[in-house]
Design a protein around this ligand. Sequence first.
Ligand code: ZN
Length: 384
Amino acid sequence: MSAKFSFQRLASCNQTKARAGIFFTPHGPVETPRFMPVGTLANVKTLTPAQLQDTGAQMILCNTYHLHLQPGEAIVAGGGGLHKFMGWNAPVLTDSGGFQVFSLSEMRKISEEGVTFRSPHDGQIINLTPERSIEIQSILGADVIMAFDECPPYPASREQVEAATQRTYRWLERCIVAHQCREQALFGIVQGGVHLDLRSAAAIALTKLDLPGYAIGGVSVGEPPELVAKIVQATAPLLPPEKPRYLMGIGTFREMAIAIASGVDLFDCVIPTRWARHGTAMVLSERWNLKNAKFREDFTPLDETCPCYTCQNFSRAYLSHLVRSQEILAYTLLSIHNITELIRFTQRIRKAILENRFSTEFAKWLTPENAECPVDKDLELIED
Ligand SMILES: [Zn+2]
């Protein structure tokens, strides 16, 4: 690992594989386990950097695919790189663009060289290769950058998944050659779909490359949560214990708790801000639709135990009014609360690991019979 990056393990749970640590980056430390908010287009939607900092956010994630299309990495570099451009003087991670290319773009063609697709903005043909992804991420200037990978869809045939996993490995080797910037840590991504043997083989092969960190990717693409848990349980313990482990795209309470018990350190997910923009508050494991009539005259805070600006200053009734009126402030206040709630959950788990009470205090999150978290019955399903 470059001298600018290191991972220090502070404590390990004696009942599970959970660990608490600190990941040091050039822009500051990240205390793990930790939830990372998503700032797709170099902003966490509706929040200023100061508001974001108050949620307890340490490292945040930005998307290479989206930033490449708009405004383009040259403009970000012209603005001094991601940190200065977006006013966030703390750790930043960029994904490689692989996931978005495979899940969002139309008319894509995959070859050994890379992926060709049409820009949804102007129809222009864009080539993304492992070398190009690393170059774009180098210009964007995040602390942690991700290898360009092929994320197979779910469901897919075993042959398809196996081919994608092997190609991901070959692309990783090309990413390592292309990666020159010592200010950035390149993480490899374990693929393998729902096939535990492919996952294990990929994890073991990647480990030999001695990267500064490892991610488990290609989960949360439509497979049932039990399968995600099985994948994580089978894969995370095979990754080097002295390196940080990041589970991509996961950010529900139960999934994070199970993954932490398997030895995962970092998480990201768009749900706290996406749900906020749908008028939904996350209050521990529950989701509350603030449009619900029961909140109209409820003058208590969302969560009396929450230290966030929203809970300290506003009532459910006020938030319900803002949501019903489609006031932009509603989305800001709910994003502040939802992000704080998820980060606080990982902070509470971290403290419990440090004090050796994780497996008892969080037992209800780790057992299959509690697979269904209580959900507000009146909430209509949010699909996107
Ligand atoms: Zn709150």
